[in-house]
Write a protein that binds this ligand. Structure first.
Ligand code: DGJ
Length: 469
C-alpha cells in the first residue's frame, strides 16, 4: 500500500471513528446521568426531547442548547438503530434569521408526529421570549422525518395562538393527534395536524404541573408531569383517566419519593412494542443550567406500567430488546478501583471523607485533578452528587496521548446521590489514561421571581472507578 494511499486510509479511519482509530463503537446499553457521545465524538445534545420510530430507525429530536444560557440555537435530530448509539443527522429546525424563533428567543420541548392523512412530519414546540412572557405553541413542517423543518408560527385554535408554555404531543391508537400543555390542557388536532379543532380538556382545578407526557395502556391514559421548580428537580407525579377529556385522577409520585424523579424532569415516554412485551422508555432531563449543551444529561429508564399505576426504577445500566420489547437490568462489570487506591494520582487539595461508610475523595478547587492509567476497553467514574456539587472535565487519552473522549460532568443534587457520572465509549482494548480536572464552578439560576436555585459550591467527589477489560 503506497504511503499516500495509507495516509488517505488513516485519515478516513480517523474521520469515521472521530479519533485515532481506538473507538470500536460507543455504547452497549442505556446509561443515565452521564454525557453520551454521538458518532462524531460530540456530546449528544437533545434536551426536552422526543423519539419517533420511522422504518427501522429511531429519531431523537431535542433542544440543541448552548453552554452560555437558554437562548434557542436550534432543534437537533439524531438517529439510532439500537437507542444506545446516536448518529447526528442535522439541526432539524435551525434558529430563524428573525421572528419568534430568531436570535434572543426561547424554543423548547420539540415533539414530532407523522400525520397519517398527509404523511408529513409536524414538529410542535414551546416558543417564547427569554423572560417567558411571550409564549405560544408553535409548529413546523417537513416532508422527511429529519427535516429541515419549515417553521409556520403559532398553532391556531379558533383562529388564535394557544398561549401556553410547556407542551407535549400524543398520537392515539386511531391516528388522531393531540397537543397537551402544562396545567391540564388537551387540544385535538385537525386531520392535517396543522391546527387545533377542539379544546378537549381545559385545565381543570384538579390538575397542575409542567413538562407533560401521555401514554396509554389497556384503555387507561397516564399523564406524567412535574412540579414547577424552574431548572431544579422535583418529585414528578401522574394522573390517570379512561378518556383524554378526563376526569383525571391524581395518583401521586411515579418514582420513589425524595429521589426527585431520580434527579430528572419528564419530557416523553416512548412505547417500544415487541413480539413478547412492551417497554415504556421514560425520558427525563437532568438539567444543568447554564452548561446545558455539555453537562445536562438524560435519565432514561424502563417505566413499569401496571393496570392504573406507574413505577420508575433506576438502573445504572439496562438494555432493551427491540424485537421482543423486553428490557433487562444489566450490571456494570469490571475491575473496581476505589478512590483511595494508590494507582489514582491526585494533584491539589483533595480531601478523603466518608459518606454513608463509603470513602470519597473531594475537591472544590479549580485546576485540582486526578488521573488513572488503565488497560481495558471502557472506564466508568462513580461520583457523589450533593447540594454543593460542581463541574469537571473528564478526558480519556490513548497510549500516544491522543484525546479519544472528552466530556463535561456535573455532581449537583439537592439529595445525595451515588451513581455513575461518566461512562466512556467502548474503545479497542489497550492502555489509556483517564483524567479529571475540577472546573471550580457550579450550576445556578433564578426563577421569574428571582429566587436563586442550584449548587452552593464546586465540589467533585470521587467514589470509585470501574475498568472494563
Ligand atoms: C421548566 C420547564 O419544564 C423547562 O422546559 C424550562 O422552561 C424551564 N422551566 C425554564 O426555567
Amino acid at each position: 500500500m503506497s504511503n499516500s494511499f495509507l495516509h488517505i486510509y488513516v485519515c478516513l479511519l480517523i474521520l469515521i471513528t472521530g479519533c485515532s482509530g481506538t473507538r470500536i463503537h460507543q455504547y452497549d446499553a442505556i446509561y443515565s446521568g452521564t454525557p453520551w457521545l454521538d458518532n462524531n465524538g460530540n456530546t449528544v445534545s437533545a434536551r426536552g426531547a422526543c423519539i419517533v420510530k420511522e422504518g427501522n430507525r429511531y429519531y431523537l429530536f431535542g433542544e440543541l442548547k448552548s453552554d452560555e444560557g437558554n437562548d434557542f440555537v436550534g432543534f437537533s435530530c439524531y438517529s439510532s438503530k439500537d437507542l444506545y448509539n446516536w448518529k447526528f443527522e442535522k439541526i432539524a429546525l435551525p434558529q430563524q434569521k428573525n421572528g419568534k424563533l430568531g436570535p434572543g428567543r426561547v424554543g423548547e420541548r420539540p415533539k414530532v408526529m407523522k400525520c397519517p392523512k398527509t404523511g408529513e412530519f409536524i414538529m410542535y414546540m414551546h416558543v417564547d421570549s427569554t423572560n417567558y412572557k411571550d409564549q405560544y405553541v408553535g409548529y413546523a413542517v417537513s416532508n422527511t422525518i429529519d427535516g429541515e423543518y419549515t417553521f409556520k408560527g403559532a398553532l391556531l385554535f379558533e383562529g388564535k395562538p394557544i398561549k401556553k408554555w410547556d407542551l407535549s404531543t400524543y398520537q392515539d391508537t386511531d391516528g388522531s393527534g393531540y397537543v397537551l400543555t402544562h396545567s391540564g390542557n388537551v387540544y385535538k388536532l385537525s386531520d392535517d395536524y396543522k391546527s387545533a379543532t377542539k379544546h378537549l380538556l381545559d385545565e381543570p382545578d384538579t390538575m397542575h404541573g409542567e413538562a407533560p407526557a401521555i401514554i396509554k395502556k389497556n384503555g387507561v391514559y397516564f399523564w406524567l408531569t412535574s412540579g414547577l421548580t424552574s431548572w431544579e428537580r422535583n418529585d414528578n407525579f401522574y394522573y390517570t383517566a379512561t378518556s383524554l377529556a378526563g376526569p383525571w385522577k391524581d395518583q401521586g409520585y411515579f418514582a420513589p419519593e425524595g429521589t426527585l424523579t431520580h434527579n430528572s424532569q419528564t419530557t416523553f415516554v416512548l412505547p417500544i412494542y415487541g413480539s413478547n412485551d412492551t417497554t415504556y422508555l421514560f425520558m427525563g432531563d437532568r438539567w444543568s443550567y447554564p452548561i446545558q449543551h455539555s453537562a445536562a444529561t438524560y435519565v432514561w429508564q424502563p417505566l413499569e406500567v401496571n393496570s392504573a399505576t406507574l413505577h420508575l426504577p433506576y438502573y445504572e445500566k439496562w438494555n432493551v430488546d427491540l424485537k421482543t420489547g423486553k428490557w433487562a437490568n444489566t450490571e456494570i462489570t469490571g475491575k473496581t478501583v476505589l478512590a483511595n487506591d494508590a494507582t489514582i494520582k491526585y494533584s491539589g487539595n483533595w480531601k478523603q471523607e466518608t459518606e454513608n461508610n463509603i470513602n470519597v475523595f473531594r475537591s472544590n478547587t479549580k485546576g485540582d485533578s486526578f488521573s488513572l492509567n488503565f488497560t481495558g476497553s471502557r472506564v466508568v467514574l462513580y461520583g457523589v452528587s450533593q447540594s454543593d456539587g460542581g463541574y469537571a472535565i473528564v478526558t480519556v487519552k490513548d497510549a500516544e496521548g491522543n484525546v479519544v473522549a472528552n466530556s463535561t460532568i456535573e455532581m449537583y443534587s439537592k439529595v445525595t446521590n451515588h451513581s455513575p457520572k461518566y461512562v466512556s465509549p467502548m474503545f479497542k482494548k489497550g492502555i489509556y489514561t483517564l483524567e479529571l480536572t475540577v472546573l471550580g464552578k457550579h450550576g445556578n439560576w433564578t426563577n421569574k421571581r428571582k429566587d436563586t436555585f442550584g449548587s452552593t459550591d464546586n465540589y467533585i467527589s470521587l467514589e470509585k472507578i470501574i475498568v472494563t477489560e
